[in-house]
Design a protein around this ligand. Structure first.
Ligand SMILES: [Zn+2]
Length: 206
């Protein structure tokens, strides 16, 4: 299988027929997802599945939805719990991929197939970009915008989301395990106090 770390992961994962792997280089954790455009007029813009078996062509399980090509939410009907690492990893990574704010220790790889049509990539430039020559042309050099649809519900927000968000603001890993060495003394103090604040807020509410 040909894999390649994507520089423009956002366009790839929303292109309509994208299979990609998210790798956390610090923990070695990796999960493979498939994000397919919803061809129907209503509902989410994309459906998300998780690779759950050894057959990387067929063994995918429904995980959640993308709304309006912007927001990912875990599927209530998914057989995978929202607290599963595979589910939490995407809930964490999705907004960071969309916002171009993935920490350096987390990489997105394609699995050797075009993000738009799913066909196998062979040309080096295609492997680099994640799109076959025909799809690049059809997208006019850049991926086609996916039709905007109204979001049906706002995603739930939890303490771990809040902490991950704070970490992302400071370019620190979701678990706070790396990246803070780049911060200055005062930035780190600020980062810590924001985390404390979030903990107090969420624990009080809960
Ligand atoms: Zn293609």
């Amino acid at each position: 299988m040909t894999t390649q770390s994507l520089t423009n992961a956002k366009d790839f994962i929303l292109a309509g027929n994208a299979t990609f792997t998210i790798l956390n280089e610090t923990t070695g954790g990796r999960f493979t997802y498939k994000v397919m455009a919803n061809k129907s007029e209503s509902g989410p813009s994309h459906f998300v599945k998780l690779l759950t078996g050894s057959n990387n062509e067929a063994d995918y399980t429904y995980l959640g939805c993308v709304w309006d090509s912007k927001t990912y939410s875990h599927g209530r009907k998914s057989s995978i719990g929202r607290d599963a690492t595979s589910a939490k990893a995407l809930t964490w990574a999705f907004p960071r991929i969309i916002g171009g704010k993935l920490p350096e220790c987390v990489k997105v790889f394609h699995e050797g197939r075009c993000g738009r049509c799913g066909r196998k990539l062979t040309v080096p430039e295609s492997i680099e970009s994640g799109f076959g020559p025909e799809c690049v042309r059809l997208m006019g050099g850049s991926p086609a915008p996916v039709k905007a649809k109204p979001a049906v519900k706002a995603p739930e927000h939890s303490l771990s989301d809040a902490l991950a968000e704070i970490n992302a603001q400071y370019g620190v890993c979701p678990d706070g395990c790396c990246g803070d060495e780049r911060l200055t003394e005062s930035q780190r103090a600020e980062w810590r106090s924001k985390q404390e604040g979030a903990r107090r807020m969420y624990l009080k509410v809960a």
